[in-house]
Design a protein around this ligand. Structure first.
Ligand code: HEM
Length: 501
């Protein structure tokens, strides 16, 4: 009988095989060493896991510390990936305007999931971003319509703060209200604050983004993540579970839209617009390509997630600063008195005459750096950041935190000081080019316009209607938790006292 163990290769063939294997190994080692030497220098890590075990919860602080030792551009080995950190403004400015740094990693955010456009690279990303912005503009983002819708939502939100002086859990109120604004654009309707499906979805989304760690195993050891998911390991399993809940929620919306879809129906939201694009492609015999129903679901989920958490995290920080510095709250209220009064509802256009209010928002965004690191980028070809060579496929992370706390750009950077943006006569707030909470360049945040309207209107409407306080003796902590965004770790209960005038 034929046995594998008795099988012997002829000696010349064996020699060739050994030769080829050795050649490949040497070539691989040579290329790896060449590549490593060409990268910016950085700290050593351990085999296989690299620097990962040395990273704590607030990675942006460690990245900042490392930049003091290795310079503003350095390389970390994280798992099997080379990650270049960019930690000062001149290099960040250079990197955000470099077209070779627009791609995302090959892996998706959650390994094994389908790709949303926020995880795509090259032409597919460009096409989906163009289409997405086009639809969102058509259904309200680019018009006064979104401002009107936000104002209606704020009216409803403000009534939930009216508790006759009883302390209010602000996160519980602001979260569902903010996510309603993006829900209208994506799904064509808002949700009742008490809708159990929406409550579960908001919970799952918040939990996903809190558990998700940019510099964790999920991102940098995807093979280990797959094993851990199979083994049902707690955190990773929970991330995946919450991710699936959001996905299923959006899938239900897509199904509902498909059932009601007909070609003569007016496009009123993102899902409608995407279905119409698919229909047009079909009619013109254009291949489906990446314009699949799965991508539609993932795009809508990405917009929903990115468009909710970031804005309400900013509002949570803003309210902390309003109570920590009552004098700034009064200053905003006195601008409201001068420009809007207490009868008329605020318009977004009022911001032009409210420099202190705008300066307050800029300062919250700077000091708390809600998105402390951007979503990872990937070099799509060999390129440079400043004088540093960045080989193809290197991952690149921007540490916005470092730029926002650079004492050369911001005197006394740890001090909350809105006046730093005001012109000498106090009539204008000037946002310097190095304050980029929404990132910059071609891959900047597509929700910047929406977020700016929301932040201004929610803040001004709250301060116009209520004097915001905490119970005497309440400790106000600025400790943060960090997942995808930075959020306050312990928000106290707030008291909303009607402004009498
Ligand atoms: C204060 C609020 C917000 C902040 C601070 C913020 C910040 C950011 C940042 C820093 C990025 C990464 C860009 C990069 O890779 O360089 C980003 C991406 C993104 N944001 Fe926002 N964002 C906010 C609100 C929103 C809103 C309201 C939406 C939805 C309309 C949104 C949707 C997105 C999407 C889809 C991406 C991925 C874009 C891509 O990969 O091309 N964001 N955001």
């Amino acid at each position: 009988m034929f046995s594998l163990f008795n099988f012997q290769l002829p000696q010349p063939l064996l020699n060739v095989l050994i030769g080829v294997t050795l050649f490949r190994l040497v070539k691989y080692l040579f290329n790896t060493i060449k590549r490593t030497l060409s990268l910016p220098v950085g700290p050593w890590g351990l085999p296989i896991v690299g620097y990962l075990p040395f990273l704590g919860d607030h990675v942006y602080l460690q990245f900042d510390q490392l930049s003091k030792k290795f310079g503003p551009v350095y390389c970390l080995k994280l798992g099997s990936f080379d990650v270049v950190l960019v930690c000062d403004w001149p290099h960040l400015k250079d990197a955000t305007s470099n077209d070779a740094l627009l791609a995302r990693p090959y892996e998706t955010l959650v390994p094994g999931s389908e790709r949303s456009f926020a995880e795509m690279s090259g032409d597919p990303w460009r096409q989906h971003k163009r289409l997405s912005l086009h639809i969102l503009r058509d259904v309200g983002l680019g018009k006064n319509k979104i401002e009107t819708l936000i104002k209606e939502e704020i009216d409803q939100f403000l009534t939930t703060l009216n508790t006759d002086g009883k302390p209010v859990d602000f996160s519980q109120k602001i979260g569902p209200s903010i996510s309603n604004n993006i829900a209208i654009l994506l799904f064509g309707h808002k949700y009742d604050y008490n809708d159990p499906v929406k409550i579960e979805m908001d919970r799952a989304r918040a939990s996903f983004t809190r558990l998700f760690k940019f510099a964790g195993i999920l991102t940098f050891l995807p093979w280990l993540t797959k094993v851990l998911i199979l083994l049902g390991k707690f955190d990773v399993h929970l991330i995946k579970k919450n991710f699936m809940i959001v996905d299923e929620f959006v899938q239900d919306e897509v199904n509902r839209h498909r059932e009601n879809y007909n070609e003569n129906h007016e496009v009123v939201d993102y899902i409608d617009g995407y279905l119409e694009e698919r229909k047009n492609r079909e009619k013109q015999n254009i291949p489906e390509d990446t314009f699949t129903l799965n991508t539609l679901k993932r795009n809508a989920a990405a917009f929903f997630g990115a468009g909710s958490e970031t804005v309400y995290s900013t509002m949570e920080w803003a309210i902390l600063y309003l109570v920590k510095y009552p004098e700034y709250q009064e200053k905003i209220r006195s601008e409201i008195a001068d420009v809007i009064g207490f009868e008329r509802k605020p318009d977004y256009a009022d911001r032009a005459r409210m420099p202190f209010t705008m300066a307050f928002i800029h300062e919250v965004q700077r000091i708390e750096s809600i998105i402390a690191n951007n979503l990872l980028r990937r070099a799509s070809e060999d390129t440079k950041i400043g004088n540093h060579f960045i080989p193809k496929d290197t991952l690149v992370m921007f540490n916005f935190w470092s730029v926002n706390h650079d004492p050369n750009l911001w005197p006394n950077p740890d001090k909350f000081d809105p006046t730093r943006y005001l012109t000498e006569d106090g009539t204008k707030a000037v946002k310097p080019p190095y304050l980029i909470p929404f990132s910059a360049g071609k891959r900047n945040c597509p929700g910047e316009g929406l977020a700016n309207v929301e932040l201004f209107l929610y803040l001004v409407c709250m301060v116009q209607r209520y004097r915001i306080k905490v119970e005497p003796g309440t400790e106000i902590s600025f400790e943060a938790v960090f997942g995808i965004s930075r959020r306050p770790a312990n928000l106290p209960l707030f008291i909303f006292e009607k402004v009498v005038h």
